[in-house]
Design a protein around this ligand. Structure first.
Ligand SMILES: Nc1nc2c(c(=O)[nH]1)N[C@H]1C(S)=C(S)[C@@H](COP(=O)(O)O)O[C@H]1N2
Ligand SMILES: [Mo]
Length: 506
């Protein structure tokens, strides 16, 4: 009977997702990792490098969990179909799912055996829900065809729907409750609001902003700052629990608490951070006023030993990167940042403490939720992205983008303002030129450079005749190097090539 198979599959899926919802709510409440997120973590960490690099570019992070849920839906449907014979068969399928989820949970950074309780309770809910629905479904389907629509049939059907409604209600309630149960999330918000950090509010330096409509603001607001990380669920770490351990090839191990850190002499600076995955003309870049503590004096206190050339930084979620030691120590404002644009770091950007190293891409330096630094050598260690084929040192490459006009725009012929940004952190931009339709290069006017570590805005007014035009931009750095036109992919160490836009003047 076709309808009956569909009904049993539906029952299996409903029971399965109700168990997942209960696991999700319990883990939110107990500040643990839900089984689904743990499985996503394991999938990510054990996927082939090519796939991870593809996913990095193609928002693979967004589809991983939906794909896992789809696969689970198919498995739960199978459990339901098997449940038509005996509930024990369905229970076996749920058990396999729970064993996989439990194994993944145990693989999570810092997992304890007690984290399995939420998985076990999820399993109990799956089996109990399936049994409750299954029993009523069997009773309804066991009636002869003559009884269909009879009094008994209607009673049993009401009974079945009541149980389905109860199970579905539990699933919805658990999902809704999980939003309010995250205790650490609430504690963290309260902590962020009560912190009185010795940091100042950002004051955008005069002259850096050229005030062109359509060019992004020189200071990137925190909630518009690009977000890149491997976390399916971003860590919730409290300042009061935070500790940074510095160890490895050092004379003295150092452990810093949050209060130790902010009691030290502070540093504040405008620094532009960008991602190695930023394509030519891309938007994985932002500029913020970072406040924190210089890293070099802390490492100097630890006393790096001869031969050390790298600092392996590890996040509380297990992500890591290796940063060249000489870059941290060369006098630039490499810092442990506690605030962004004058406010405590947002959770998503690494609260309570992250690293910022001007001149390096984020993937080799900008560790969010940083909790450990091991002074070591590049020969000995292989960090998260370098294991997947990305370059070891990660210095930022020179780049420039045209933000107005946009590709495909219609502008009025005559005077046309072309403007955008250019950067090569810790070297600095000396000039920017634009080229129209492959003709000669016209120098642009630059906004003031706040320091060597920030992007600069540029603008130029061109006199354009009616028709289609293509404008390209190239920058020149403070050492006189001209930005290369050679196109390079973001993998392994950052894109190169000129940014061009095409538009119509009429
Ligand atoms: N813990 C952790 N820190 C991380 C990453 C990560 O995946 N996990 N990604 C890095 C990368 S690739 C970049 S570009 C920057 C981005 O920082 P943002 O999200 O604050 O812009 O964070 C870096 N720090
Ligand atoms: Mo990145």
């Amino acid at each position: 009977m076709k309808r009956s198979v569909a009904a049993w599959s539906f029952a299996g899926v409903l029971a399965g997702f109700t168990g997942l919802a209960v696991n999700y709510a319990l883990t939110a409440w107990w500040d643990q990792t839900s089984a689904v997120v743990a499985v996503a973590d394991v999938v990510r960490d054990h996927s082939p490098a090519d796939l991870v690099n593809w996913a990095r570019k193609n928002s693979g992070k967004k589809i991983t969990i939906p794909v896992i849920l789809l696969i689970l839906a198919a498995v739960f449907a199978l459990a339901g179909r098997l449940g038509r014979r005996t509930i024990a068969a369905a229970a076996c399928v749920y058990l396999v799912v729970a064993v996989i989820g439990g194994a993944a949970v145990l693989a999570v950074n810092g997992a304890k055996a007690t984290d399995l309780v939420a998985v076990a309770l999820g399993l109990v809910v799956m089996v109990a829900s399936m049994a409750a629905i299954g029993r009523r479904l069997s009773r309804l389907q066991s009636l002869d065809d003559q009884d269909v629509f009879g009094v008994v049939w209607r009673g049993r059907r009401r009974d079945l729907f009541a149980v389905i409604a109860a199970v579905a209600g539990a699933a919805v309630a658990a999902t809704v409750a999980s939003r309010f149960l995250g205790q650490d999330v609430r504690k963290q918000k309260a902590e962020q609001q009560s912190l009185r950090l010795p940091v100042s509010k950002p004051v955008v330096p005069p002259g850096v902003e050229l005030d062109i409509d359509g060019v992004q603001p020189w200071e990137t607001p925190a909630d518009e700052f690009y977000l890149i990380d491997t976390a399916f669920s971003r860590p919730v770490l409290l300042a009061e629990d935070w500790e940074l351990r510095i160890h490895g090839m050092v004379d003295r191990e150092i452990v810093l608490t949050y209060n130790d850190l902010i009691a030290r002499e502070g540093v504040e600076a405008w620094i532009t951070l960008n991602c190695v995955s930023n394509e030519v003309g891309g938007d994985l870049i932002g500029n913020a006023w970072w406040s924190g503590v210089l890293l070099a004096p802390i490492l100097a206190e630890a006393g790096p030993q001869a031969g050390a050339d790298a600092v392996l930084q590890t996040s509380v979620d297990g992500w890591d990167c290796a940063t060249p030691l000489d870059v941290i120590m060369d006098g630039r404002q490499a810092m442990l940042a506690v605030a962004m644009n004058g406010d405590p770091l947002p959770r998503d950007h690494g609260y309570p403490v992250r690293t910022i190293v001007p001149g390096l891409y984020g993937y080799v330096s900008g560790t969010k939720w940083v909790v450990e630094m091991e002074v070591t050598t590049f020969e000995k260690v292989d960090a998260y992205w370098t294991q997947r084929g990305w370059g070891e040192l990660g210095p930022v490459k020179m780049a420039s983008t045209i933000e107005v006009p946009s590709d495909g725009d219609d502008v009025s012929a005559g005077e046309v303002v072309v403007a955008g940004t250019a950067w090569i952190q810790h070297t600095g931009i000396s000039s920017v030129d634009v080229q129209v339709d492959g003709g000669p290069w016209t120098p642009a006017t630059l906004g003031r450079a706040a320091n060597l570590d920030t992007w600069v805005q540029w603008k130029v007014t061109l006199d354009l005749e009616e028709g289609e035009h293509m404008v390209s931009v190239r920058a020149t750095d403070a050492d006189g190097n001209v930005q290369t036109s050679v196109r390079a992919d973001v993998l392994p160490d950052g894109a190169t090539g000129w940014h061009s836009v095409s538009f119509t003047a009429s």
